[in-house]
Write a protein that binds this ligand. Structure first.
Ligand code: PEP
Ligand code: MG
Length: 326
């Protein structure tokens, strides 16, 4: 299966019944972007800007950031790259950023919360992203948004940076800007309809969303097998997001670890996801699953197994996959 996955990784991601699935890459390094050609992915669904920051000894200057983002954009060619603003704190610490002692770092001062409390930090990054996208389309995404107000404040800071670029005679602003948020905090799921009019796209981070949903630290080995993302409760929340985004006609991608495992990815397709972003090495296996799946029958099957309560649907889904040579 491994050899086959390698062989088909540049083939289209179309189910047996003709439904096209959009596959994107998650990236953090320049080398990941080079995989776009090999995997025929549509673009970079999640560029984690904190990864290069974690490899520095001090906060990178605007110039250093412009150089980095320009190189990434150049390597991606005509493919879109979704740049997620800094997601530091929690399990991703920056040694040179002085922060308070957090008793609960994962629930603490992290991601957009830092960016809004230290606005120049976020503004320098936005400035660099704007400069690196001169004359071209820019896709920006904000992490860990818990309330509409946080997005509005982040957009206000972006507006200040755009104004600054427009005042600068020699600087060319991006031709257009698409703004998205990560869905990682359960509170935002329950106010989705009010936030969707303010965004162009949405990306669901199943790693953080499941961690907060089950109140279970994603890095704690004692909890690793306790809760399952294929439980009816978690699939329910994911399905709610898919339905709400579909009604609002906002593109939705899932970019957490769930998208990289064929069984989990199959479940995601069954509940309405049509766009997934994952580590480059996983694309082949996911395509293998997609290309052997009849999505209409699989969706009907899911409805039959969700009628009665079960702790997890993993076994049923796995049996289905085996029986149907998926
Ligand atoms: C996620 O939370 O699922 C996600 C994609 O973001 P990260 O893994 O970088 O926290
Ligand atoms: Mg996350």
């Amino acid at each position: 299966k491994h050899a086959l996955a390698q062989e088909i990784q540049n083939q289209p991601a179309i189910t047996l019944d003709g439904i096209e699935i959009d596959l994107y890459l998650n990236a953090g390094l320049l080398i990941d972007i080079e995989q776009l050609k090999i995997t025929a992915a549509k673009g970079v669904g999640l560029y984690r800007t904190e990864i290069p920051f974690m490899m520095q000894h001090e906060f990178p200057t605007v110039e250093t950031q412009v150089k980095l983002y320009s190189e990434l954009r150049h390597a991606a060619g005509s493919h879109p790259v979704i740049f997620r603003t800094l997601d530091i704190g929690g399990d991703k610490a920056l040694p040179y950023l002085r922060s308070m002692e957090d008793d609960n770092p994962v629930l603490g001062w992290r991601a957009i919360r830092i960016g809004l409390d230290r606005p120049m930090l976020l503004r320098y990054q936005l400035r660099a992203l704007i400069q690196a996208a001169a004359g071209k389309e820019l896709h920006l995404m904000f992490p860990m948004i818990a309330e509409l107000e946080e997005l509005l404040e982040a957009k206000r800071l972006l507006g200040l940076e755009l104004e600054r670029t427009q005042k600068h005679k020699k600087r060319n602003p991006p031709s257009s800007i698409k703004i998205g948020i990560m869905i990682e905090v359960p509170s935002i799921v329950w106010s989705l309809s009010s936030i969707l009019p303010h965004v162009d796209f949405v990306s669901l981070g199943s790693n953080d969303l499941s961690q907060f949903f089950f109140a279970a630290d994603r890095t704690n080995p004692y909890l690793a097998d306790r809760y399952d993302v294929l439980s009816p409760s978690f699939l329910n929340i994911l399905q709610h997001v898919a339905k709400t985004c579909k009604i609002a006609q906002k593109p939705l991608t899932l970019c957490g670890e769930m998208a990289r495992n064929p069984l989990e990815a199959m479940a995601l397709l069954m509940i309405g996801y049509r766009s997934l972003s994952m580590a480059p090495s996983c694309i082949g296996n996911i395509k293998l699953m997609i290309r052997s799946l009849n999505l209409k029958s699989a969706t009907e099957y899911l409805q039959t197994i969700t009628k009665k309560y079960k702790k997890t649907l993993r076994q049923d889904l796995s049996d289905y996959a085996k029986d149907h040579h998926i």
